[in-house]
Design a protein around this ligand. Structure first.
Ligand code: PRX
Length: 664
């Protein structure tokens, strides 16, 4: 494990931002007293606490009698004998209530067209799509791979799977054909739901062609159906017998479909994410715990009210888009905005203009987006938040990576006008929802700190042996007790699940997040300092260094060896830096440029454009110890442009450092 790679911050902001009296008064969890009371309830009766919340927040078709089963830890089971349906909890339960005709989704397309869908209409769409899936022979327990643009139809597909008890696995539309193929094989999917094209920044980009390519790479014989949403009028290749357009698939299907009740532990979805070793892991989530957490955290973290207009900008291809687009807002009965496009099209004021247009009151986005918009706003008044009326906003959120105090302060002042609390939510694909976050009507805010764990989340910072470290000294973030929305296993690989997340050295029951963290000496607030493993966070997207290395060395005609590390980047948080040894020696000048481009394109094809290394350095070999271990610590220093001050006497070839220190 390496030292935490904290995003370095220039600004030291020691101010504490207290919630206003009015906010505290109106909030669901009101003041630190409210927060402390919930924590005390969880501490006094852990299972009773969760049982109460699960009864109050989830509609059970059959009530559970046992809250938590720890007999086979770390394979925890929650509410196991209870039965429910996730889609029922998001849609049907609103029928016959004031939510029935409330707008569930305000969809704004890339080009600006706006469509509004009520809860009742959404239920009909989901039911109709569920019937289409059933008529293709897709049933409870089957896996459906979803490779869709950020459209209402993507959410409909997810909800429809949940409705019939099929397990969805959404793959972000920026992943390559090869990445798609690997995920289809790993999940054993029977169907793919996709679109002919996606619209991003005014451009029509292919999706179906990538699916075709992925399926042609082999091993995907399990796929019997490909359903294709006609996002644009442009035709795409269709394979007879296998492929069907949405129009064909939905024709004649009823808009009513009884939800299939499943056990609480039934896998709602698998979502692939990067680890420090090997191929991406299929993180498996359970229906009961996930639905509970999605609904509860909407209420707790965003203090949702009936008239809120909620907007989470995440894509459904990531966990944030699962919890806070596809499920949470619907389970909580919110009106939400779904945006297809990119924040910079047609101009970098798009987010602010949309907040004004739709009277958004809760806005939840990633620090990378904020950082890139700061740059544009500060150089062009027309796209500055001040150019839009943002008075509808009442709560701001941040997710996916540490938010540096500079970006926090800008967001607070320019977007929130110093009246909106910022909830800096720390969590992961594996946690299923928020873990450590301020509560808007309770927690005094400190820029750059995710503050305190949610009630019932037993977060701590420990050393390698699992012992608590004192406040002020850094260590590894763990969660000491299970929680309802936690990862259940890695799909098809329970041993890897145990080994990755529940280290034996810590007793085998502490969940190891993989992040370094430190608690402040005064308040005990958590600050995440970055991953402690070989996982990078680039623009809030998680990437494994090994995956990128494997992709590079798979270019067998060119590459002999490669090592990938991260370095801090002002805009993207971290940037990917690859050290490459070519079979043909060290290239220079234009040749080096051309080969670097070739390698970047190759990585984009193997994994996806998000994995393209920003820097590529060529060398005759890599810095290794005499026993052959690559010294990543040194590579990280080189990537940052630091001069090497560490002891290099154990290196086999110290001269390589000066060569790798230079960009071509
Ligand atoms: O390193 C942490 C960082 O993102 C990782 C999880 O990535 P992923 O599974 O893709 O989920 C991202 C969306 C929840 C974590 O291990 N991370 C996430 N949120 C924060 C964060 N780091 C600091 N502060 C956060 N608020």
């Amino acid at each position: 494990m390496s030292t935490p790679s904290a995003i370095e911050s220039v600004l030291v902001e020691n101010r504490v931002f207290e919630p206003s009296e009015a906010t505290v008064k109106a909030a669901r969890i009101s003041g630190m007293d409210g927060y402390n009371a919930l924590c005390a309830e969880a501490a006094a009766d852990f299972e009773g606490f969760w049982a109460r919340l699960a009864r109050e927040n989830v509609v059970w078709n059959k009530p559970f009698t046992k809250t938590l089963d720890e007999s086979n830890a770390p394979f925890y089971k929650w509410f196991e004998d209870g039965e429910l349906n996730a889609s029922y909890n998001c849609l049907d339960k609103h029928m016959g209530t004031p939510n029935e005709n409330k707008t569930a989704v305000i969809f704004e397309a890339d080009g600006g067209e706006v469509t509004k869908t009520t809860y009742k209409e959404l239920l009909a769409k989901v039911s109709q799509f569920a019937n289409a899936l059933k008529s293709r022979g897709i049933n409870k327990g089957d896996r459906v791979l979803i490779y869709m643009p950020m459209t209402l139809e993507g959410v409909v597909a997810m909800q429809a799977c949940a409705r019939i008890g099929a397990t969805h696995s959404v793959v972000f539309g920026g992943f390559s054909a090869k990445a798609l193929q690997e995920r289809i094989i790993d999940a054993g999917a029977v169907a793919v739901v996709t679109a002919n094209f996606q619209m991003r920044g005014g451009k029509e980009l292919p999706l179906k062609a990538i699916v075709d390519e992925g399926l042609s790479l082999g091993g995907c014989e399990s796929i019997k159906t490909v359903l294709v949403f006609e996002r644009t009028p442009t035709a795409c290749n269709m394979v007879a017998g296998r492929d069907m357009t949405f129009t064909e698939a939905l024709a004649g299907q009823s808009t009513e479909c009884a939800p299939v009740m499943v056990g609480a532990e039934h896998p709602l979805f698998i979502l692939f994410t990067s680890g420090s070793t090997g191929k991406p892991k299929g993180v498996q989530h359970a229906t009961g715990g996930f639905v509970l957490w999605a609904k509860l955290t909407m209420d707790w973290t965003f203090d949702l009210r009936a008239d809120d207009v909620f907007w989470c900008t995440a894509d459904i291809g990531w966990i944030t888009g699962h919890a806070y687009v596809a499920y949470g807002p619907l389970a909580a009965g919110a009106t939400q905005i779904i945006f297809e496009g990119v924040p910079t099209y047609p101009n970098a004021g798009r987010f602010w203009q949309m907040i004004e247009r739709h009277k958004c009151s809760i806005f939840y986005t990633a620090p990378t987006a904020i950082r890139s918009l700061i740059k544009s706003a500060e150089s062009d008044a027309k796209v500055h938040p001040d150019a839009s009326d943002l008075s509808s906003l009442r709560i701001l959120g941040s997710v996916g990576e540490p938010i540096n105090p500079e970006a926090w302060m800008w967001y607070y002042k320019n977007v929130g006008k110093e009246k909106c609390p910022i909830v800096d939510t720390f969590w992961q694909t594996e946690t299923g929802g928020h873990m450590i976050t301020p509560l808007p009507g309770a927690t005094p805010l400190v820029p750059g700190s995710c503050t305190l764990p949610l009630p019932g989340i037993m977060a701590a910072i420990v050393d390698e042996a699992g012992h608590d470290v004192p406040n002020g000294s850094g260590g590894m973030l763990v969660i000491k007790r299970p929680w309802p929305s936690m990862i259940r296993t890695i799909w098809g690989d329970p041993e890897r699940f145990k080994a990755s997340y529940f280290p034996a050295e810590m007793g085998g029951t502490y969940y190891l997040a993989g992040d370094g963290a430190v608690r402040s000496a005064d308040r005990g607030y958590f600050r995440i300092t970055g991953r402690i493993d070989d996982v990078l966070n680039v623009s809030g997207h998680r990437m494994g260094t090994m995956e990128i290395e494997s992709a590079l060395v798979a270019k067998t005609d060119l590459v002999a060896e490669a090592a990938v590390v991260g370095r801090p980047d002002d805009l993207t948080g971290e940037a990917i830096c690859a050290f490459v040894v070519l079979k043909r020696g060290v290239p220079t000048g234009d040749e080096a440029k051309a080969i670097a481009k070739q390698l970047r394109d190759w990585v984009a094809k193997e994994i996806g454009p998000i994995a393209k290394p920003k820097d590529i350095r060529f060398g005759e070999n890599l810095p290794k110890t005499r026993s052959g271990k690559i010294m990543r610590r040194l590579l990280r220093s080189l990537a940052k442009g630091e001069s090497i001050t560490q002891d290099t006497s154990t290196l086999e070839n110290p001269a390589i450092l000066s060569q790798l220190g230079q960009a071509y």
